[in-house]
Design a binder for this molecule. Structure first.
Ligand code: IPD
Ligand code: CA
Length: 267
């Protein structure tokens, strides 16, 4: 079996187990364990427990691989593969009981930094809805068993259905809102659903026409970006060589991409 397929199968298995743990903990009641970069940037005990589960499963199954996770940090492996993991993307939704959060797992090859890695397998699983999105490099992106994902490449005179997100640090809000103002002439409407991995999965599924956000961390976009590119879309931003980065991440079908990127870039 090809490496990407093997890694995707393992990621699906672990994401389902991790998602079930997150869902169970949510139903038992969630407590905020700490705040991180800003008061609004929270972590729950479940985020940590779910990442521990994913990390320990991977270390048993693939002991030579590296790991880069939101809650427990980075460790280089001795081989080429690194797992990039957000145990619960959409933690604020999770804490408030909004059923829009996801386990996001990507396997990447190369230096463990987005401008230099190549993602080979990705899973985004929303345990509240049961929707599991997966992609393997060169083999397409899928929702569940059988639904092949294709980005929307039609443009409408009414404009594009776009999504974005905002940073936790209040000092970044004015810049984020100015970006929204620049992008709105392209939009028929704008969503802020609260989980970047699901926003990217929705672009892959054609449920959104495009997505843009400043301030993403590698684990927020690693898996979702492969879903979009395997669904025929483009992911880029303001990183080295136009790659997705914390300065800017943009995703859409080809006809919209350049206009969306230009509008979203800091003026
Ligand atoms: C956040 C979500 C949110 C995005 C933030 C991310 P987290 O991830 O993806 O939609 O706007 O930039 O930090 O903190 O819930 O894992
Ligand atoms: Ca998270």
């Amino acid at each position: 079996m090809a490496l990407g397929t093997q890694l995707a199968e393992l990621a699906i298995d672990i994401a389902r187990e991790a998602g079930e743990l997150a869902r169970r903990r949510r139903s038992e009641g969630v407590e905020i364990a700490a705040t991180k970069s800003a008061l609004a940037d929270i972590v729950t005990e479940a985020d940590r427990e779910v990442e521990d589960l994913i990390r320990s499963r991977l270390s048993v199954e693939r002991p030579d691989d590296g790991f880069l996770g939101e809650e427990s940090g980075a460790e280089r492996g001795t081989g080429d593969v690194t797992w990039v993991v957000d145990p619960i993307d959409g933690t604020v939704n999770y804490a408030y009981g909004i059923p829009s959060y996801a386990v996001s797992i990507a396997a990447v090859i190369g230096e463990p930094t987005p401008a230099e890695w190549e993602a080979v397998a990705a899973v985004v699983f929303n345990p509240a809805s049961g929707e599991l999105y997966r992609a393997t490099r060169g083999e397409g992106a899928w929702l569940g068993e059988n639904t092949r994902l294709v980005v929307n490449s039609e443009t409408s005179p009414a404009g594009a259905l776009l999504a974005t997100g905002f940073g936790y640090d209040p000092a970044t809000h004015a810049g984020d809102l100015a970006r929204v103002a620049r992008v709105m002439p392209l939009a028929r409407d704008l969503r802020r659903a609260g989980a970047a991995s699901l926003d990217l999965a929705f672009v892959a599924a054609g449920r959104l026409d495009g997505y843009f956000e400043r301030g993403l961390q590698p684990w927020d976009h690693a898996a979702g970006a492969l879903l979009v590119t395997e669904a025929g879309g483009i992911v880029g931003g303001a990183g080295e060589g136009g790659t997705a980065s914390s300065t800017l991440t943009v995703a859409s079908g080809a006809p919209l991409f350049d206009r969306l990127l230009e509008a979203a870039l800091d003026g």
